[in-house]
Design a protein around this ligand. Structure first.
Ligand code: TNX
Length: 505
């Protein structure tokens, strides 16, 4: 049997069908798990997801707690389970990817996932879940199989624009579960822009009081409270997803300029912006209010988020000279670093000296990339988000109703068939920290519109980020993705029926 016939996305490193009976999720199904709080949390999530699929309550017990005749899913954290990183994984990230590895074995009566960490355990459980198919007896089953798996890249992300049009927490949770299904582990939230400010920011209450209601024309207003952010953080964490908050500076700040008029040279608030133009708004380094504002909001965001990264934007400031831009980005980066976090910025920040380990997110491969090469030489890492491949707000083709076109049309194969380490000439493969899709909400004003742009392309990007080059191919992906509507339809997700795939449903 060809590995592709098992239809997992992303394709694992090694998968071996076994000549044995399947693991059947019968009426006496239990999950056995170790007793650390993190393991129990994976066990409870697994039991909850399996309970929803089987329409029965699934019990979680400690190791050794199974009774004869039960169907047992064992979840085990043990250092022995580590799968060594693949040689295509950048050297600085091999320990981190190994930590996300897992082994899975399924056969009659028993399935076991083992991993060196709970992140790996969760990834292995999600692979197990993808194996499940209804059997002739009506029970779900996983075919007998052995899997050894480790991601290629440590950073497998999605950037979601909450600023142009808001997505409320319940919809963000849908996106997080979809990410987890495809083993994406970083959710970047674009929280601020010209149209609105979307995060309660205690030091600057007027940001949400004055500037959270805005949106692009036809879009939705709203914002995340601190309680929402906490709830999303733990929902994401339980699914192996880390949140990366973005406060976009020193451009894309019209909402902030409205809330705090002293940030404007005129001292007057500008009008509300509900259009699509970019690049016109800016902070001003010489104003006395500016530095305090930058410190306050970045310190708040660093404090309110649990993850190690803060994204400070830095893109498309079209009305500022280089020296002022450098001054403002360097000041913002200093605040983030002193708060103990690692700086992420869009590729425009590459010209500014940043601490080694900073992450530069590449989005536009058209301009000269010399500054990016130099940043890498000074120790920056590159996060690959090429607009023409992974901007999932681009139309699939000319007939796509929603979406933009500035980076071209992106059909499924375009999102799949590219190699992250070959994107920037003259940059070592070791510089690439990972791959991140982005979806901007200028034209996407509800969950269905968003999902129809994400699916099926998000699955393609997830495989680019997870699967090593010699184990992935367009033909293999094309065959496996054809069965994914089983999951999407069960969840009620809208998706695009790409003509490049022979959908089997
Ligand atoms: C470019 S990517 C932008 C966003 C837009 C997006 C639309 C980047 C750093 N800036 O401001 O929303 O294109 O596709």
């Amino acid at each position: 049997m060809q590995p592709e016939a098992i239809e997992l996305i992303p394709q694992p490193l090694r998968i071996e069908p076994l000549d044995d009976e399947p693991f059947v999720l019968g009426p006496r199904l239990v999950v056995l798990v170790g007793d650390s709080p993190d393991e129990v949390s994976v066990g409870v999530l697994a039991a909850d997801l399996l309970g929803r699929l089987t329409h029965r309550a699934v019990e979680v017990r400690g190791h050794g707690g199974a009774v004869r005749g039960e169907d047992v899913l064992v979840l085990r954290v043990t250092p022995d389970a580590a799968v060594p990183a693949h040689e295509s994984t950048p050297a600085p990230d091999r320990a981190a990817t190994t930590a996300q590895s897992y082994r899975l074995e399924a056969g009659p009566g028993r399935a076991q996932v083992s991993a060196p960490t709970t992140a790996g355990l969760l990834a292995g459980f999600l692979t197990f879940q993808q194996l499940l198919r209804p059997g002739p007896d009506g029970y779900l089953r996983a075919r007998a199989v052995q899997v050894e798996d480790v991601p290629r890249y440590r950073w497998r992300g999605l950037s979601l624009d909450l600023a142009r049009s808001f997505f409320p927490p319940d919809e963000i949770k849908v996106v997080i579960s979809l990410m987890a299904h495809y083993k994406l582990n970083m959710l970047h939230l674009h929280l601020t822009d010209d149209q609105a400010w979307r995060l309660e920011t205690p030091s600057r209450p007027r940001l949400v009081d004055e500037a959270a209601v805005g949106a692009v024309t036809g879009g939705r207003g709203g914002h995340l409270t601190i309680a929402d952010l906490r709830d999303l953080t733990s929902y994401a964490w339980a699914r192996g997803v880390t949140l990366v908050p973005e406060i976009d500076l020193p451009g894309h700040v019209n909402a902030a300029l409205r809330a705090y008029p002293e940030l404007n040279p005129s001292g007057e608030a500008p009008p509300r912006h509900a259009g699509l133009e970019v690049g016109f708004s800016r902070l001003t380094a010489a104003l006395p209010a500016t530095q305090g504002f930058v410190e306050d909001v970045l310190n708040d965001v660093a404090r309110l988020t649990a993850g190690p990264y803060v994204h400070l934007g830095g893109d498309e400031v079209l009305t500022m000279e280089g020296a002022e831009y450098t001054e403002l980005i360097a000041a913002a980066a200093k605040v983030v670093q002193e708060a103990g976090k690692t700086v992420v910025g869009w590729q425009e920040v590459a010209g500014v000296p940043l601490a080694p380990g900073a992450v530069v997110q590449l989005w536009d491969t058209r301009p000269d990339l010399q500054a990016v090469r130099e940043a890498v030489e000074s120790g920056a890492r590159l996060l690959m988000s090429p607009g023409a491949r992974v901007y999932l707000d681009m139309k699939y083709d000319a007939s796509t109703e929603l979406g933009l076109e500035w980076a071209g049309h992106i059909e499924l194969r375009d999102a799949y068939d590219w190699e992250p380490s070959a994107l920037v000439e003259g940059v070592a493969a070791d510089a690439v920290i990972g791959v991140e899709a982005a979806v901007w909400s200028e034209t996407l004003h509800d969950l269905d519109s968003l999902l129809r742009m994400l699916l099926p392309r998000l699955a393609a990007v997830a495989e680019v980020a997870w699967t090593v080059p010699e184990h992935r191919s367009w033909e293999g992906f094309r065959a496996r993705v054809a069965r994914q509507p089983v999951f999407w339809d069960r969840a009620g997700f809208a998706w695009h029926r790409s003509p490049q795939v022979d959908w089997t449903l």
